[in-house]
Design a protein around this ligand. Structure first.
Ligand code: ZN
Length: 231
């Protein structure tokens, strides 16, 4: 496996960006009193919000750093019980520098009912054919984390049945965009299903979207949109 490409950013700035992302996800109701997000710190550790932290009023004081076994490297608060879902992604995927675990409603309605997640709007196409982990249980052990990573493959997200979503990215902004697009697509699909059969993008349309839309500028614009709501 190649060495992780850790994005060079001062540690405090990285922690603040993670805090902003979590507050934005809470404001958008993609996470609630649970849910956790992390950013790679170096080859063997990552930053994550503590298990007990209040997501809507988060500060950098609520961010701890842990290694892949869950041992504290920085801070004193306990990490979330589901830290293995982050650790195993970082262990397996060198290109990933951010992992977000959300509990969004509409994506979860689909997995609760066994309804296939379909790309019904342009940004939703970027998620590809999102795999589903067929278990509602917490991903709180290394074997569970490894199982989840195996199901996820190289995809930017995985749906956890009747539980939530895990999204990843090369940085916090890309990861945030993926987490937001998953739920926005699921919301549109769910709402359209109330009045009819939603139109699903064809293979050619999906290809065109992927070619045009997978850009850092779109992800930054998405970030800025949500960021303006917590200012
Ligand atoms: Zn969870």
């Amino acid at each position: 496996m190649s060495q992780p490409q850790v994005i060079q950013m001062p540690q405090l700035q990285l922690k603040q960006k993670l805090v902003d992302a979590i507050r934005m996800l809470e404001k958008a109701e993609y996470i609630d009193h649970n849910g956790h997000c992390s950013a790679r710190r170096d080859a063997t550790s990552f930053y994550i919000n503590s298990g007990a932290s209040m997501r809507g009023a988060l500060t950098v004081e609520d961010i701890v750093a842990i290694d892949f076994q869950g041992n504290l490297v920085e801070g004193s608060a306990k990490p979330p019980l589901e830290f293995p879902m982050h650790a195993e992604v970082y262990r397996a995927r060198a290109e990933v520098n951010a992992v977000f675990h959300t509990h969004p409603k509409y994506s979860t309605y689909l997995t609760m009912t066994g309804t296939k997640y379909q790309p019904v709007y342009a940004q939703g196409v970027l998620l590809g054919d999102i795999p589903v982990m067929d278990s509602p249980l917490s991903v709180n052990t290394r074997p569970m984390g490894e199982k989840m990573v195996g199901i996820m493959g190289n995809n930017p997200a995985v749906l956890l049945k009747a539980h939530g979503v895990v999204a990843v990215g090369i940085d916090i902004v890309e990861c945030f965009a993926m987490a937001a697009y998953v739920e926005e697509n699921a919301y549109r699909q769910y709402m359209a299903m109330q009045i009819g059969e939603p139109y699903v993008f064809s293979a050619e349309e999906q290809k065109a979207c992927r070619e045009k839309l997978w850009t850092p500028s779109l992800f930054k614009k998405t970030w800025d949109h949500y960021h303006s709501k917590i200012a």
